[in-house]
Design a protein around this ligand. Sequence first.
Ligand SMILES: Nc1ncnc2c1ncn2[C@@H]1O[C@H](COP(=O)(O)OP(=O)(O)OP(=O)(O)O)[C@@H](O)[C@H]1O
Ligand SMILES: [Mg+2]
Length: 323
Amino acid sequence: MSEVILEVNNLKKYFPIHQGFLRRKVGDVKAVDDVSLFIKEGETLGIVGESGCGKSTLGRTLLRLYEATDGEVYYKGKNVLNAHKDEMKELRREMQIVFQDPYSSLNPRMTVSRIVGESLVEHELFHKGKELDDYVVDIITKCGLAKYHLNRYPHEFSGGQRQRIGIARALALNPSFIVADEPVSALDVSIQSQVINLLTDLQRDLNLSYMFISHDLGVVRYISHRVGVMYLGSMVELAGKNALFDSPKHPYTQALLSAIPKPDPTVKRDRIILEGDIPSPANPPLGCKFHTRCMYAKDICKEEIPEFKNLGGDHFVACHFAK
Ligand SMILES: Nc1ncnc2c1ncn2[C@@H]1O[C@H](COP(=O)(O)OP(=O)(O)OP(=O)(O)O)[C@@H](O)[C@H]1O
Ligand SMILES: [Mg+2]
């Protein structure tokens, strides 16, 4: 596959915790803690992990919807986190987001025409009028909607159609990279595959790159080329889809995957049950964050943060004992 389009180095996003009458800062929620990754042109990187592990924060911080605490993000070689206003405006055109909830992310008082066309007017690419309408019709048609939908409001659509509106809005400025944050989780299973297929068709036709965030391992396996697994704000494993699903190296990935039912019931795989609760991201364990729940943990795991190392073939694992 082709060139690296997005590069993230040691990205951190901490949310301060304030307490008491004076609202003094007493600590940080380490939502994203030293994450590095890259995404190539035309590729989908899936991001999985349990609720609260930092998936959405990662997606939003690299788009600069949240101001990063530390680290670097390069998009087509441009430094995103240091970009000035004009550069950022251009980067915002190229990097878009599709949200989980097509109900709350669309303004109920705006028609489809305005929802999809708004950013084009803001970026001064079009004035309101027929030319803009024609352009919007072209985009919504690509997303499986029709011209007669143009002057309707979000409440007049089904969940799946609303997500198509959300995708059309993201596509309006002709971006090349989209963060899709649980784009099908709020939809009925029967509708999910239609929206997934729309995303893959658009990727093929427009050469889009995706970061696809989901806690649904089946969906991620279907859509992704490579997959990253997060635990407590850290990336613990990142590899090609088949390498990750067929030979996971990190004990956390192994446990996570052991929970997926096998399509072939004659193939036995023991379910790994993790002991204990997920620790708080405000007070994560020292050393390897997973050591409190890892059945292989040794002394070194309590003391030293494991390096996120490449085992070969771009299979990255953060575990002292991974080979
Ligand atoms: N705006 C915020 N202010 C303070 N803390 C936040 C904020 N957003 C997220 N967090 C905290 O950061 C951590 C990561 O949250 P995040 O929403 O990124 O997780 P997630 O993996 O997307 O979870 P889910 O699967 O439930 O969507 C959580 O502990 C969360 O409570
Ligand atoms: Mg989330």
